[in-house]
Design a protein. Structure first.
Length: 405
């Protein structure tokens, strides 16, 4: 029989302690308790629980104080309990790194399910919710991302979905959409789109890193003017490099500030290494059916290579590699040589595609600046006014594109 998982419960209310402890113990968890954040921290250091549940408002040290201490040394799941009228505090807790929050006692019946979702290694934890079909995988990193989606779905706030291309960012958006209260249609808005939705929508601003100066300015104004009338909710999707673009004055800070307060990080495939063999086998069988080839598995050497590879292109790179490997396999199983050849072919193709995308964006940005220079007769102050940027930011962009005298 597996060892029961240990939950640390921190609350200054004896009735809450008794009620929650009873539910957790009945479900098979070991429970340790503390009466405030200071005692909770001492218990945490002494016993290293698998999960912490803490009230927010307590004497001596609050639940937020305890959360900050825990996050300094551990990423284990932390659920905070909040009163119905303290939603703003729960929002702050998510920014501090809380895994989830529960309005107590209003949502007391949901607490056990939330604990189970955050401890998937129990084997009974995560229910087969339809929305979670978009975010598959048994790795802890993906389980944490699913918990974050569930928490953010209950908040009516803008969200930045951040992750590498191919990591499944749009899958996370679809899960967030299906779990949200809104029934407005989901509309994806790419870098070239300028038209506002014709009806109130759940809008997804896609690939912010690729947005030109003109696109940023257009949608900065549209977000200000359409808030509450055109958008039921707005989510942005970007690569982790967006923060660096903001620091280099290549992306508008006001758009960044709107979305970055609530961030959902989608893990790359290399962070879910235990799931790679099953994803690869699934892609291999799909490719074998598509190409009409009798290839059905991997040699031990190929499996080892699959697990060790960092897969910078994530699932799309894995699927493309499986297609190439199946196409040129010399036997019924993919061996290490088949895999190495397939990966080299895919890498060459992806590098060329990435270079073309970067060149296209730089060209669009330069063309926009040339147009503005002509219209404003070289007046940097007027260009800055039109772009809603500082003169320093405009001067930096002009120098970057070789447009200064």
């Amino acid at each position: 029989m597996p060892t029961p998982m240990n939950v640390l419960l921190v609350d200054d209310n004896p009735e809450a302690i008794g009620m929650i402890s009873s539910e957790l113990r009945t479900a098979g968890y070991q429970v340790r308790t503390a009466r405030d954040g200071e005692e909770g921290w001492a218990r945490f250091r002494a016993e290293r629980p698998d999960l912490v549940i803490s009230d927010i408002r307590m004497p001596k040290e609050t639940g937020l104080d305890l959360l900050r201490r825990i996050r300094g040394v551990s990423d284990l799941p932390v659920i905070l309990l909040t009163a119905h009228a303290e939603l703003h505090v729960a929002v702050a807790a998510l920014r501090e790194g809380a895994s989830d929050f529960v309005r107590f006692p209003d949502e007391a019946a949901e607490l056990l399910a939330r604990v189970g979702r955050l401890l998937p290694e129990r084997g009974n934890a995560e229910p087969d919710d339809a929305a979670m079909r978009w975010m598959r995988g048994d790795a802890r990193a993906m389980s944490d991302a699913r918990a974050r989606v569930r928490a953010l779905a209950r908040l009516d706030v803008p969200v930045l979905v951040s992750g590498e291309p191919g990591s499944g960012r749009m899958n996370a958006v679809r899960a967030l959409y299906e779990l949200s209260a809104t029934r407005a249609p989901l509309i994806e808005i790419g870098p070239a789109v300028r038209e506002l939705p014709k009806r109130k929508s759940f809008a997804v601003l896609c690939e912010l890193v690729q947005w030109s100066v003109d696109a940023q300015n257009h949608w900065a104004a549209a977000l200000r003017e359409g808030a509450g009338t055109k958008f039921a909710r707005v989510v942005a999707v970007a690569e982790p490099s967006l923060a660096a673009l903001v620091d280099r004055l290549e992306f508008r800070r006001d758009i960044w500030a709107r979305f970055s307060r609530f961030r959902l990080d989608v893990p790359p495939l290399r962070a879910c290494a235990q799931d790679i063999p099953s994803f690869a086998r699934e892609a291999l069988l799909d490719a074998a059916r598509l190409l009409g080839r009798s290839v059905s598995g991997f040699t031990p050497g190929a499996l080892e290579s699959l697990r060790k590879r960092p897969w910078p292109g994530n699932l799309p790179e894995l699927r493309d590699a499986m297609t190439q490997a199946v196409a040129y396999a010399q036997g019924p199983r993919i061996d290490r040589n088949d895999l190495d050849f397939a990966i080299e072919t895919v890498i060459a193709s992806r590098q060329e595609s990435l270079a073309n995308r970067r060149a296209a964006k730089q060209s669009a940005d330069r063309d926009e600046l040339v147009k503005l220079l002509t219209e404003c007769r070289g007046n940097v102050a007027e260009i800055a006014r039109r772009l809603d940027m500082t003169r320093g930011a405009v001067s930096y962009r002009l120098r970057k594109h070789g447009l200064t005298r």
